[in-house]
Design a binder for this molecule. Structure first.
Ligand code: 13P
Ligand code: SF4
Length: 351
């Protein structure tokens, strides 16, 4: 929704059907939901979210819809309206299991495409079609062909942060949770990883395979530097630094733990450090702050501008109008499904 006139139109349409004014009565009626985030969302803010949360949850039931939310969604989405939250691997698996008629994907576009690929008979709604990803935008099917020409015979492992077209020309997908397992499961000595150079370099440090990569990067995680993290640790030697593998290998080397967004959440739950710095997207700490009152979450964090395009207002509008339907060419989808399913099968076998 790039255009201001679209926002004005959306607001006028919603105002005609719902009372969305901030409401302390709505906040009171949903205080059990607010309790999951009251450490990070003040009551006054919740009073502005609550009317949307009530309207979305009602409409979900009417439309037989479920909301799949990525761990980077803001707390009012993550705790307020999502039926299932998780990392990219969990969301891809969950998409295969959804029985409801409609999936509303609260995350970025490649995640909605993955849901459609894995469950083509469902209606998949994307609250904002412009919510992309710097990694998915960094490579096309032509780029994969170029890598195959450079390294003939080497299998292509593509991160799920890619378009359906790229998945369709890849041998298998991976996520940050299973990249090492998938690379190790590939035949031959050389494996091509696309499009995240840092995930690839982090995997290369752990595998006996030769890993070659595309030069893409995540605009959120590449901002962190090892020097900054060293300075934070010097200032606060007790802080536990927990990083996502889309960070540079130098940053990963400074971390006490590196893992997918689910891996990070699990690690903090297990170890309950007095102070934790999550070297990833800002909503991660906000979403688990109430579950872990004993943990102080140290800044900094970086926001993903794409993930932050998803708002309660846009979710309500997508469900109200049933607009933002994600479509994938059936032939591309069938080939992409093979790559995603292969990833799920390898992951399950390894687990
Ligand atoms: P996860 O698979 O770890 O949730 O990561 C997805 C992502 O886009 C991280 O930037
Ligand atoms: Fe893409 Fe990075 Fe945003 Fe994840 S955080 S969606 S990898 S731009």
């Amino acid at each position: 929704m790039a255009n201001l006139s679209d926002v004005v139109k959306m607001r006028a349409e919603l105002a005609a059907s719902y009372d969305l004014a901030p409401s302390l009565a709505a906040a009171e009626a949903t205080k059990h939901i607010h309790a999951k985030m009251d450490r990070v969302v003040p009551l006054a803010d919740w009073a502005t979210f609550a009317p949307y949360v009530i309207a979305i949850n009602r409409l979900k039931a009417e439309r037989n819809a479920v909301i799949l939310g990525h761990n980077y969604m803001t707390p009012e989405i993550y705790h307020g309206v999502a039926d299932f939250v998780g990392d990219s691997l969990q969301l891809a698996i969950k998409a295969t299991e959804v029985e409801a008629d409609v999936i509303v994907q609260c995350g970025v576009h490649f995640m909605a495409e993955t849901s459609k690929i894995m469950n083509p008979s469902k209606t998949v709604l994307m609250p904002d079609m412009d919510a992309g990803c710097s990694l998915a935008e960094s490579i096309t099917a032509q780029g994969v062909a170029e890598m195959r020409a450079l390294y003939p015979g080497a299998p292509v492992v593509s991160y799920v942060n890619t378009t359906a077209e790229v998945k369709a020309v890849s041998d298998v997908c991976c996520t940050s949770a299973n990249a090492l397992q998938i690379v190790n499961a590939m035949p031959g000595d050389t494996v091509i990883m696309t499009p995240d150079q840092y995930l690839a370099r982090n995997v290369a440090a752990l595998t006996h395979k030769r890993v070659v990569w595309w030069e893409g990067s995540c605009i959120v995680h590449e901002l962190y530097t090892a020097a900054d993290l060293r300075a934070y640790r010097e200032h606060d030697p007790d802080v536990k630094i927990i990083a996502h593998p889309e960070c540079t290998p130098e940053v990963v080397a400074e971390a006490d733990f590196t893992g997918s967004t689910k891996g990070i959440i699990d690690w903090v739950h297990k170890h309950k450090p007095a102070k934790a710095m999550l070297v990833t997207e800002c909503s991660m700490a906000a979403n688990i702050a109430d579950e872990l009152p004993e943990v102080e979450f140290a800044k900094p964090c970086n926001m993903c501008p794409y993930m932050k395009m998803i708002t309660l207002e846009k979710i309500l509008y997508a469900l109200h109008t049933m607009t933002g339907q994600v479509e994938v060419d059936p032939e591309v989808s069938a080939r992409a499904r093979i790559a995603v399913q292969r990833m799920i099968d390898i992951s399950r076998a390894a687990a």
